[in-house]
Design a protein around this ligand. Sequence first.
Ligand code: ATP
Ligand code: MG
Length: 379
Amino acid sequence: MTNPFRYGGVVGEEAFCNRKQELADLLRAMENGERLFLYSERRLGKTSLVRLVLSRLPQRDYIPVYVDLWPTDGAESFVAVTAKAITESLATTADRMLQATRDFFSRLTATLTTDSQGNPQIRFELRELEVRLPDLEEVLSAPARIAARRKRRVVVAFDEFQRILEYPNDLVERTLRSLIQDQEDVSYVFLGSRKHLIQRMVLDRSSPLYRAGGHYPLNPISTEDWVPFVRERFERSGKQISDDYVRSICRITEGHPFYTQHLCHSVWELCELGASAGEETIDDAVNLLLERENYAYTTLWESLTRMQRRFLRGLATEADGVQVFSAAFLQRHQLGSASTAQGVVDALLEKDIIDRSDGSFLISDRFYRIWIQQYAALG
Ligand SMILES: Nc1ncnc2c1ncn2[C@@H]1O[C@H](COP(=O)(O)OP(=O)(O)OP(=O)(O)O)[C@@H](O)[C@H]1O
Ligand SMILES: [Mg+2]
């Protein structure tokens, strides 16, 4: 019997819990040609959600394009990766890919190869070493030209969009802003981490993409949606868990999709066939997870400064939403002045160890938080 809980990687229809409202909202945004910034802390389900919506768009009326910007580091790779994603969403055969390349990307050089399964793969390169504005314009105007030519709406999702903030200059951001403004038959969704997108695109007036679209924060999945989801998966695989114990799991993971699936995965693993998971199973599962992560957690802990550790201890042991710059918090955790704490916060945000949350901060990895409580907190 395979474990019914999936963590890491994109989850599709069969492993997808709720998000009905979000699915409907995104679908509507895509139908209406909106520009939407979808953001959340890491591993909260952005990619899974958007890919599911894209896959549900009726093919007759839509051309979905999913662009993963993770491997890009500048305008050159942005152009190559985007042109490839667009071409592959238009065509699956070698001939058609080449045709699409000729139709829409005349400024780029395309090379066709086949992968190990024999599927055609296309790769784009610039004709010259450096990207020029017309190259970028050609790629960024392609969705609109395709929409006009194919008489279908094109929906472009840029995943890991915060990458473009790390490019050496803001050419991509600026060109994107000016070109997408009046592409009526194209919808855009930009996915990224809360930290970057909020800071740069919501708050920073000097950012080229400031207010270029709506903002859609993605939140954890509520306990009441997890309850039937988890219970049914146990039942279908010959095991049991009561609603109250699913609630206990959600209390530990705060409904965060990745950590909830991860913990459920371990609880299921430790629960015998025909048996019912109880408090002890959950405790054992948490310990199993912490043991498996112990080496990585210890290494991370040792890489931190003394002040960073003190701050994390404070955050791990105090109630959610604690005011970390308050005199009381600073004093309780020997953090010195508010400006010292600010430096610590900036460094931990930069390392993705903590994230902003409703005016306070949280430790991104829910199990790291528990690890700190158990192993690193002082007596
Ligand atoms: N709707 C859902 N139902 C159940 N599990 C989910 C759901 N969405 C996400 N998950 C869980 O969370 C994990 C991470 O999902 P996903 O990769 O889509 O998140 P992400 O926000 O794109 O992450 P990252 O910030 O790393 O890009 C999945 O592997 C799965 O375990
Ligand atoms: Mg993702």
